[in-house]
Design a protein around this ligand. Sequence first.
Ligand code: ZN
Length: 305
Amino acid sequence: MITRYLAIAALALGAALPARAQEKLPVVATFSILADFVQNVGGERIALSTLVGPNGDTHVYTPTPADAKTLAAAKLVFVNGLGFEGWMERLVKASGTKAAIVVASKGVTPLKAPARREHGHGHGHGHDNDSTDPHAWQNVANTKIYVANIRDALSAADPAGKSVYEANAAAYTVKLDGLEREVRETIATIPAARRSIITSHGAFRYFATAYGVDFIAPQGVNTHAEASARDVAKIIAQIKKQNIPAVFLENVTDQRLIRRIGAETGAKVGGTLYSDAVTDAKGEAPTYIDMIRHNVRQLVSALVS
Ligand code: ZN
């Protein structure tokens, strides 16, 4: 009987203790770029798990039983939304998680995915028509909206940390302001007539709209629909006609198509752009800010002759 009282007393004491390292708020982000935003805002107060890690392709991800356990243990789950994580709804249900699901892109003005010129079949994934383009983070102004949403959700889940989350979000937003200026100034050094490139999947339309570089992609906004022979032929003709100077590889997609287009047109293969994932710590774009900076440098080195 006495040991039982002692155990209860110990439990009560534990609950009264202030938050310590081992009591960090368990938080999940669906993919590596979003995880970077969440970590910047959450700092030391959160224990963050990421479902689709560095260099992973979120469009075609297959969740694992371990992911369901991770969700079940979480207090907050951050998703991009805009149709990016098509597998998430089933995973949430399967996990039985009680976590709040936070759509980090809430408040962003979405771009429509361009209609694809396919004939009838969509391999069962054919939601490219009439769907939303999910890659909103490619416009740094949108990322500031993500950061504000993350700050508010973390503050609601962990009110004791509110001032920390506010300070972290403000500090990160200052860095994003600087990044935005840098992107505009750097793009301005590319002659307007040369601001046109090819990438494999349509991940850069938010970037294109915000910063005035034309991206043409054979693959549409998803990676699970392959470019048709007709699409590829059309792009090869367009590159030749418009004298498009460079084609770019991506870290999350098959590089053979872009290499083939480069070989057939003589357009320069301008290196790798990072669209839907950061690299691991040893790679050239381990954070979102590194990623945007890297992409802009790649564009300049391929397009400024
Ligand atoms: Zn994508």
